[in-house]
Design a protein around this ligand. Structure first.
Ligand code: ADP
Ligand code: MG
Length: 556
C-alpha cells in the first residue's frame, strides 16, 4: 500500500472495468483477438473462415464463419463474462473437445474495442446483430448461417494499452503467425485472409495428402517440405502425425515449430525436450529443427486449463508421452539416414508417388504429341521420383525426364518473353524482405537497378546499405529469392544476363516438382516432344547395368 494514499472503501469493480482487467490477461495485441475469434469459429464447426484485417489488425479485425451461429436470445449472453456454451460442470474441463471454454474472450475483447457481432443460427430464417454502441438492442441483420465478429479500434478506449502496440508490419506478422498456426492444425477448414483489402492467404479445404503437403509448403516454405519426413505413428491410445525436418535441414530460429495436442497449438517444456533429444547429435549447435506435429490422445489425459492463453498444458503421464514422442522422431530420423538420403532429396517411396498420380490414373499423352513419328506407342507417366524425375514409359522403353530441368527451361523462356514485351508480372511478398548490401554490392546495385526492375523485382532503399524486396517476378514464386540476390547483382546489367544467372542459381537449388506441379511440363513435352534432349535419359539395359554396378560398389 502506498504510504500516503487515502484509505478507500472496498467496492465491487464495475463490470466494464473487471472485463478490461481480464482483457489484460488474454488480449495483448490484435493477434490475440484474432486467435480467440478463429477459435470460436472453429468451435462453431466452421468449414470456411474469412479474415479481414486493416492496419495490422489495429484498425479492424473481422472474422466471418459458416458455423452454427448464435441464437438471437443468446447474443447478449455471448458477450458477457463467464458465459460459455462449452462447459457446464467442472468435470467437462477434463474431457474438453473445444478450443475455448473460459467464456471470457468475447467479453474481454468487447470491453477494449468498438465491436459488432452479426449471426444467423442454424435452422433460423433471420439474422441479428449487436453493437457496442447499443449492447442491449438486438437489430435485424443480413447474414448467412454463421457469425461475423468485427472489432474496430482495438484499445481505442484504453490509450495506455494502445501505446504498447508495435508497427503495422509487426502486428501483421503476429496475426499472420496466428493464421498459419490455425491453418496448419485444421486442413478441413478453408482460410481466406486479407490485409488492407489484399489477399495474404487463400487456403481452400484439403482432404488428401497432396493437398495437405501443398498447404504445408505454402505456410512453411518449399525448402521445409522438401526436407520433411512425413510421420504417422500410433502406440496404444497415442497417435503422433505430421512432418519433421530431416537431419540436413535446420534453422537459426525456432520459427517453424508447430506442435498441437488434439488440434490445439501448445508450447510445452516436456515436448520441446522430447523433440530436442531426438535431434541431439544430428543438428549443429545453435540450430533448430522444424516440425508440424499433432499429438492425439484422450483429452482426459491432459489438462489445458493451466494458463489463460491455454498454450501450456499439464500431462497426467508426462514421462510416457515424452518417451513416445522422442522415440517416434528418433526412429523416423534413423530410418531416413539408413536409406542413404543425404542431400535432402528423396523421402518418398515410388509407391507413394504412384499413389499420388493414380487418383486420376497415370497421365497419358499420345504418341503423336510426344513423338513426331506417328507409329510410336503412347507415353505414360509412371511416377515422379525424388520429387524431381518423371519416369515415363513408351512401349517397352523407359525414359527418365528431369522435370526440374524442364521446369527451369520453361520458366526462363516465359520470363524472357515477358521481359521483351515489357509485361513481366510481379507478385508482392507478404512481408517485405530486407537485403543488406556490402560496399561492392551497393555499386553493383546502382548499375543493375534498371535491369532488375525490368525483370520484375520491386525494391526500395531502406538505407544506404539496405534494400527492401517488396515484389518478385511471378516466375520466381515460392523460391528463395534473397539467396539468388548476390548473384543477380554480380551479373551484367541486362535482363538476358540476369535470367541466365537466375537459371544457374535455380539449377543449384533443389525444387520440389510435386509442389510446383508437373502439368505445364507435360504440356511442354506434348507440344515439343523432340526438344530438350539434355533433360532426358533413356534407361537402357546398359544404363541400368552401370547404375546397378555403381550401387553395388557404393555398398562395398
Ligand atoms: P468461450 O469460447 O470460452 O466459450 P467466448 O467469450 O469466446 O467464450 O464466447 C462465448 C460464447 O459465445 C461461446 O461459448 C459460444 O457459445 C458463443 N460464440 C462466440 N463466437 C461464436 C461463433 N463464431 N459462432 C458461434 N458461437 C459463438
Ligand atoms: Mg472463445
Amino acid at each position: 500500500m502506498l504510504k500516503d494514499a487515502p484509505l478507500a472503501p472496498i467496492r465491487l469493480l464495475p463490470p466494464q472495468l473487471a472485463d478490461q482487467i481480464a482483457a489484460g490477461e488474454v488480449i495483448e495485441r490484435p493477434a490475440s483477438v484474432l486467435k480467440e475469434l478463429i477459435e470460436n469459429a472453429l468451435d462453431a464447426g466452421a468449414t470456411r473462415i474469412d479474415i479481414d484485417l486493416q492496419k495490422g489488425g489495429v484498425e479492424l479485425i473481422r472474422v466471418s464463419d459458416d458455423g452454427h451461429g448464435i441464437p438471437a436470445d443468446e447474443m447478449t449472453l455471448a458477450i458477457s463474462r463467464h458465459a460459455t456454451s462449452k462447459i457446464a460442470m467442472l468435470d467437462d474441463l477434463l474431457r474438453l473437445h473445444s478450443l475455448g471454454f473460459r467464456g471470457e474472450a468475447l467479453a474481454s475483447i468487447c470491453s477494449v474495442s468498438q465491436w459488432e457481432i452479426a449471426s444467423r443460427a442454424d435452422g433460423r430464417d433471420e439474422a441479428f446483430r449487436l453493437t457496442g454502441q447499443m449492447p442491449d438492442r438486438l437489430l435485424a441483420a443480413n447474414h448467412a448461417r454463421g457469425t461475423t465478429v468485427s472489432i474496430h479500434e482495438l484499445f481505442g478506449n484504453t490509450p495506455a494499452r494502445r501505446k504498447f502496440l508495435r508497427t503495422e508490419r509487426t502486428e501483421l506478422r503476429y496475426c499472420d503467425d496466428v493464421i498459419r498456426r490455425m491453418a496448419l492444425a485444421r486442413f478441413d477448414v478453408g482460410f481466406y485472409a486479407r490485409h488492407n483489402g489484399r489477399f495474404v492467404h487463400r487456403l481452400p479445404v484439403v482432404h488428401d495428402d497432396i493437398g495437405r503437403t501443398r498447404r504445408v509448403a505454402k505456410l512453411c516454405g518449399e525448402a521445409f517440405i522438401h526436407a520433411a519426413l512425413a510421420l504417422d505413428v500410433a502406440h496404444k491410445d497415442l497417435r503422433l502425425h505430421g512432418w519433421i525436418s530431416n537431419a540436413q535441414y535446420s534453422r537459426q530460429q525456432t520459427d517453424l515449430q508447430f506442435f498441437y495436442i488434439n488440434g490445439r497449438i501448445i508450447r510445452d517444456r516436456v515436448i520441446n525436450h522430447a523433440i530436442r533429444l531426438a535431434y541431439q547429435a544430428l543438428l549443429p549447435t545453435g540450430r533448430h529443427a522444424a516440425y508440424v506435429l499433432n499429438l492425439e490422445l484422450d483429452p482426459a489425459r491432459v489438462d489445458v486449463n493451466v494458463h489463460p492463453t491455454k498454450h501450456e498444458v499439464r500431462f497426467r503421464e508426462a514421462r510416457y508421452i515424452h518417451d513416445f514422442i522422442s522415440r517416434s522422431l528418433r526412429s523416423a530420423l534413423q530410418q531416413n539416414a539408413a536409406t542413404g538420403e543425404t542431400d535432402g532429396t528423396p523421402n518418398w517411396s515410388i509407391a507413394e508417388t504412384q499413389g499420388m498420380y493414380s487418383q486420376s490414373g497415370p497421365t497419358t499423352y499420345t504418341a503423336g504429341q510426344m513423338r513426331s513419328d506417328d507409329t510410336a506407342p503412347a507415353a505414360e507417366v509412371l511416377a515422379l521420383l525424388w520429387h524431381r524425375y518423371l519416369l515415363v514409359r513408351t512401349g517397352v522403353r523407359l525414359i527418365l525426364i528431369d522435370a526440374q530441368c524442364l521446369h527451369i527451361e520453361l520458366l526462363c523462356r516465359d520470363w524472357q518473353g515477358a521481359c521483351a514485351s515489357e509485361s513481366v508480372k510481379s507478385q508482392p511478398v507478404l512481408i517485405p524482405q530486407a537485403i543488406n548490401l556490402s560496399p561492392q554490392e551497393q555499386k553493383q546495385f546502382e548499375q543493375n537497378e534498371n535491369a532488375l526492375v525490368q525483370c520484375g523485382f520491386e525494391l526500395t532503399r531502406s538505407g544506404p546499405a539496405a534494400l527492401l524486396l517488396r515484389a518478385v517476378p511471378v516466375y520466381l514464386r515460392g523460391l528463395d529469392v534473397p539467396a539468388l540476390f548476390p548473384a543477380l547483382l554480380d551479373c551484367e546489367p541486362a535482363t538476358t544476363a540476369m535470367i541466365e544467372c537466375a537459371r544457374a542459381q535455380l539449377e543449384r537449388q533443389s525444387l520440389d516438382m510435386q509442389t510446383l506441379g508437373i502439368e505445364p511440363i507435360l504440356r511442354l513435352l506434348a507440344r515439343e516432344p523432340d526438344s530438350f534432349t539434355h533433360c532426358r535419359r533413356e534407361l537402357t539395359e546398359e544404363v541400368l547395368r552401370d547404375w546397378l554396378n555403381t550401387c553395388s560398389h557404393d555398398d562395398a
